[in-house]
Ligand binder design. Structure first.
Ligand code: ADP
Ligand code: MG
Length: 263
């Protein structure tokens, strides 16, 4: 299929990833402190194009902090992170531009409550990417259809269920043509009956080749689509393994204990 002028394949949620082995996220020996408290210790990992990496671990182990360092929502004192070749903490880096290409979906769907779903989907495209209203709307509504919510375009976020809002949040992130997508427990604030519909969208994305780093305790999702699983404990990456190896038998006792509790 012919790419559109912004390089996107038509008929797909995203530009299909080809697994070139190209490193999209490189986290190199990152340490971070909050005052005297060390929240990340020498974290090193990388995510290559089209790869899906699940990050798990006990509450307070630093998962959210680590994922937020990737788009410099959290600064760090030691080490280096590059996204698609750009150093996130470099003075010369255009952070708004970098962040516009790093899709982020949080636990709490942070849609703008006073804007319609359509406006939520288009505002950053127009303001940050300088797309015309018409182009932004087309892209936004296209993605809204892909997450199965076309009928809700004119509504406000408060009129949608949590699961629907989270699907809009994913569509909104995708509208920016992100090179990677970061998820921080995107289903953990949802009522149980809504978890599946959000995971389905994420599974679809993964199958289409999006590069994803996903903090989640949904091990069903991990088993289905993850390539690798990272296990964190007390600010350290304790385990970084291929999915089969991780679920087969994690090397560390800490990961074994964690898995035995949640599976
Ligand atoms: P997780 O996402 O794995 O639950 P977090 O990254 O949220 O863990 O937090 C890791 C640790 O850092 C926790 O002990 C938490 O209390 C601490 N922490 C998080 N944010 C701050 C902050 N702004 N100031 C001080 N400590 C923080
Ligand atoms: Mg967290």
């Amino acid at each position: 299929q012919a790419p559109t002028d912004d390089g996107l394949q038509q008929g797909s949620l995203i530009q299909p990833g080809t697994r070139t082995g190209e490193t999209m996220i490189a986290i190199d020996n990152v340490s971070k402190w909050y005052g005297d408290f060390q929240v990340l210790t020498n974290c090193t990992t990388s995510v290559s194009k089209g790869e899906v990496v699940v990050v798990c671990g006990p509450s307070g182990s630093g998962k959210s902090t680590l994922i937020k360092t990737v788009n410099a929502l959290e600064p760090f004192q030691k080490g280096q992170i590059t996204v698609a070749g750009t150093k996130v903490l470099d003075k010369s880096t255009n952070l708004p531009k970098l962040r516009s290409r790093v899709g982020m979906v949080f636990q709490h769907f942070e849609l703008f409550p006073h804007l319609t779903i359509t406006d939520n989907l288009t505002i950053a495209q127009r303001k940050v990417l300088k797309r015309s209203g018409e182009d932004a709307k087309k892209r936004g509504l296209d993605l809204l259809a892909r997450v199965g919510l076309s009928a809700h375009a004119h509504k406000f976020p408060g009129q949608l269920s949590g699961g629907q809002q989270q699907r809009v949040a994913i569509a909104r992130a995708l509208a920016m043509n992100p090179v990677v997508m970061l998820f921080d427990e995107p289903t953990s604030a949802l009522d149980p009956e809504m978890v599946g519909e959000v995971l389905d969208v994420m599974v679809e994305l993964a199958k289409e080749g999006m590069t994803m780093m996903v903090v989640t305790h949904e091990m069903g999702f991990a088993r289905k689509v993850a390539d690798r699983v990272i296990f964190m404990d007390r600010g350290e990456i304790v385990e970084d393994a291929q999915k089969e190896d991780f679920f087969g038998k994690p090397r560390s006792e800490r990961a074994q204990t964690f898995l035995s509790k949640i599976l």
